[in-house]
Design a protein around this ligand. Structure first.
Ligand SMILES: O=C(O)CCC(=O)C(=O)O
Ligand SMILES: [Fe+2]
Length: 269
């Protein structure tokens, strides 16, 4: 028998969560953006990114003849144009307002095609102490074609239970659970468990069919996926960046600040 979503997840203690995830917040204490985040688990910022930052990065990225992008998770360490976009100060201010502490960049996906990563929450791919002090950002560098496999999500699913890495691994053989590939091999039972939960709740799936410069920030617990393109290999010109609360990454002790004081993690490669 394959595990259910309930068997793969739990509800973390309220006091351990970022402020906007705690109940008992009054509307008049929150900005509009914060209310949207609290209610939906995402915010969409139309035409948010400045043209010069997008163009500089797109020009640099276009020199790389690889649809999947750089094959390291941290190309921002070498590519200054990517760092400038990922650490755009108004974006960082916005995330701080949503999570409640300064955020640190630690992962960028630079493919210009859909990842086709099926339903998941991002949080469980990280150590348990991250505990939703986390956000990811989808930045459209061009008009996104609906056939290119847009980002899909379920608004409000950030209040569903939280998938837990240790629970997922407990349903795997010891060899599989110890392998760095466990996130991939476990999709075979995690995705059906999430699909069953979506069905059971009658949840509505939405698509982010973005225009150039549109930006979507999502919660570490939001259910989402990179959908399968209707036209295989169709270009989807975007960049996706992931961040954690600066006080919740004791596993990433090497970090730097850019010229604007924004944080990014550094790794020995
Ligand atoms: O390809 C996509 O749009 C989704 C990528 C994703 O799930 C992620 O970056 O966490
Ligand atoms: Fe994801």
């Amino acid at each position: 028998m394959k595990p259910t979503f309930a068997e793969l997840s739990d509800q973390p203690a309220v006091a351990s969560l970022p402020p906007l995830d705690r109940p008992s917040l009054r509307d008049d204490e929150l900005s509009l953006l914060q209310r949207e985040w609290r209610d939906n688990g995402l915010v969409i910022l139309p035409r948010f990114l400045p043209d010069d930052l997008m163009s500089a990065y797109a020009k640099r990225r276009a020199k790389l003849d690889m649809p999947g992008g750089w094959n390291t998770p941290t190309p921002y360490m070498e590519i200054a144009e990517l760092r400038a976009l990922a650490l755009y100060p108004p974006l960082m201010t916005c995330m701080r307002e949503l999570i409640g502490e300064p955020m640190m960049l630690h992962l960028c996906l630079t493919g210009w095609v859909s990842t086709e990563r099926n339903w998941h929450q991002d949080d469980y791919l990280n150590p348990p102490h991250v505990n939703t002090w986390y956000a990811a950002v989808w930045m459209a560098l061009d008009e996104i074609h609906p056939d290119s496999g847009p980002f899909e999500y379920i608004a409000g699913s950030h209040r569903w239970p939280l998938l837990r890495g240790d629970k997922v691994r407990s349903f795997m053989s010891p060899a599989e659970a110890d392998s760095p590939h466990w996130p991939k091999t476990s999709e075979e039972f995690v995705v059906p468990a999430l699909e069953a939960e979506i069905h059971r709740r009658g949840a509505v799936v939405q698509k982010f069919v973005a225009r150039r410069g549109d930006t979507l920030i999502w919660h570490g617990r939001l259910l989402h996926r990179g959908s399968r393109p209707n036209v295989p290999g169709m270009m989807r010109k975007a960049v996706i960046c992931h961040y954690s609360g600066i006080g919740h990454r004791q596993d990433m002790p090497s970090r730097r600040q850019d010229q604007n004081g924004q944080w990014y993690a550094v790794f020995n490669q």
